[in-house]
Design a protein around this ligand. Structure first.
Ligand code: ATP
Ligand code: MG
Length: 482
């Protein structure tokens, strides 16, 4: 047993102070022997060096003088608990004694109390417990049933980690639909180039080409995708104006409605071309503009008499990428609104298998302030989706800007480095069990380390994210060559 210090002072039930005889890093696991229940797992939450060098003496030191300083390393530790005979995590009901020895926790105790066990058929292996070789496997049923958020500042590693998660879901044949605004996830088809980290984490490089299908409203820009089209008959005139790039031009609403009614009266299977012919007969500015914008709409091929069918869009055990690269923001919102509501309605009627809907850049699609066309349906999915087998995963670089009712419904959070105080506050407010020590650690997390809360674990833990089995598609663009 590796003794690292002693408890001192007044000892509480959940927190105690210790003087350290050896340096231990913040966040490290410790153990203290409880008289009734044996070893109890604790975690070092904060550290301070106390010294006898006061201001007076420090000021008397001349440049170059060696200071003789008596110092002690003091720590604040938090009690995590022990497993009782029923396998439940319990906190001791009597405080530890002052003077009690504190040890570095053994791996077997950490694994037992944190619940780091192999979940084989239901575990998503996302990485290793920081500073330990223990696998962190999230419970896939919890992920899908209780929603997930991935939060970090820009460049913090969100898309990388999400790629890891999707690889795991595909290995377990979980159906996914991924809203991919930057076209980053097509690289899930391509095996990663192996490096030293792959061996350390026990990861094989592997492509998922057979389980990925990609759709995009713009196949000219995104040639690897199949065209995504919506059924013209099911689009409201107001939505049609957004697709036409005329979102706020109310003056065109009535003429457009008139056009649609006149065309649909003779041909219910009408096309955009039929609307264009009808617009040619319309006089004035409205006629001209509608004609021109309908020509544009026809080119986008976004609307057809028959839209992309649900059967094509969702395939059991596969991931569908909705690649929105190069698509105007308001059209992106409409696409997300249409897809999210179609999936939700279809799941309610059990037409498709349970699935995981991933929304990247979610602060744009479910903003806290203002509205996006798709906000309402995403909020409904966050609050009711799990009853119907629709899991939601929101990814954002601005925790403060995403709708809080969506964020607080996410029971698993994967948090990488966040430095913005407003985002940190939003995170602290929406997550139970996050200590002040952890919140401050989030600010200095290195790229590739995540704080995981939920996912089948009862206490938040730090995880070194495993390397990708597939190539990461969100590499930063080099402005100047090295
Ligand atoms: N676990 C990791 N291991 C190795 N490299 C990583 C890891 N996580 C992130 N990176 C690297 O860090 C960079 C940024 O990661 P990523 O693209 O995932 O950031 P992001 O949070 O999605 O950023 P943005 O908000 O701009 O989309 C990438 O180039 C990636 O290669
Ligand atoms: Mg990203």
């Amino acid at each position: 047993m590796d003794e690292v210090g002693r408890i001192f002072g007044d000892v509480g039930l959940g927190v105690f102070q210790l003087s350290l005889s050896r340096p231990v890093e913040r966040g490290e696991y410790l153990s203290v022997e409880d008289e009734l229940h044996g070893p109890v797992l604790c975690q070092l939450d904060d550290l301070k060096r106390k010294s006898d060098l006061n201001l007076e003496r420090a000021r008397q030191l001349s440049p170059g003088d060696e200071a003789t300083v008596q110092e002690t390393l003091l720590g604040t530790a938090r009690v995590i608990g022990y497993r009782d005979a029923q396998g439940l995590v319990k906190l001791p009901t009597i405080p530890f004694r002052s003077g009690a020895r504190v040890y570095r926790a053994e791996e077997s105790l950490i694994a037992e109390v944190l619940g780091l066990k192999r979940r084989a058929s239901s575990g998503a292996y996302v990485g290793l417990l920081r500073n330990h070789g223990l696998r962190v496997e999230l419970d896939i049923n919890q992920l899908v049933q209780r929603h997930v958020s991935v939060l970090a500042k820009t460049g913090g590693g969100k898309s990388y980690l999400l790629g890891v998660l999707i690889e795991e879901l595909l290995r377990h044949k979980v159906t996914c639909v991924i809203i991919d605004p930057h076209g980053e996830y097509g690289s899930l088809r391509v095996p990663a180039e192996k490096n030293g980290a792959h061996a350390r984490f026990g990861v094989e490089s592997q492509g998922f080409g057979r389980q990925i299908q990609e759709f995009s409203p713009d196949v000219t820009l995104n040639p690897s995708a199949k065209p995504l089209a919506f059924s013209l008959r099911h689009i409201e005139p107001r939505e049609l104006l957004i697709f036409m790039g005329l979102p706020n031009v109310k003056a065109f609403l009535a003429p457009l409605k008139g056009l649609i009614e006149s065309v649909a009266a003779t041909n219910p299977e009408y096309t955009v071309r039929d609307l264009i012919h009808a617009a040619e007969r319309l006089e004035g500015v409205a006629g001209e503009t509608l004609h021109e914008r309908l020509e544009y709409l026809e080119q986008t091929k976004l609307l057809a008499p028959q839209g992309t069918s649900l059967k094509e869009l969702v395939k059991k055990g596969e991931a569908t990428l909705i690649n929105l690269r190069g698509v105007a923001v308001d059209v992106q919102e409409l696409v997300v609104a249409r897809i999210a509501s179609t999936l939700f309605e279809s799941l309610k009627r059990k037409l498709i298998p349970p699935l995981f809907l991933v929304v990247e850049e979610a602060h744009n699609f479910a903003p806290q302030q203002g509205t996006a066309t798709c906000s309402r349906v995403l909020k409904n999915i966050a609050s009711e989706g799990r009853k119907f087998g629709l899991g939601l995963c929101v990814v954002t670089q601005r925790a403060a800007r995403i709708d809080k009712s969506v964020l607080s419904q996410c029971n698993t959070q994967l948090i990488l480095q966040v430095t913005n105080p407003l985002d940190l506050r939003a995170i602290a407010q929406s997550i139970e069990g996050l200590t002040d020590g952890m919140t401050s650690m989030i600010q200095s997390l290195p790229v590739g380390t995540a704080l995981v809360t939920g996912g089948g674990y009862h206490t938040p833990l730090f995880c070194e994210v495993r390397p990708r089995a597939t190539r990461h598609g969100g590499e930063s663009v080099q402005v100047v060559d090295n």
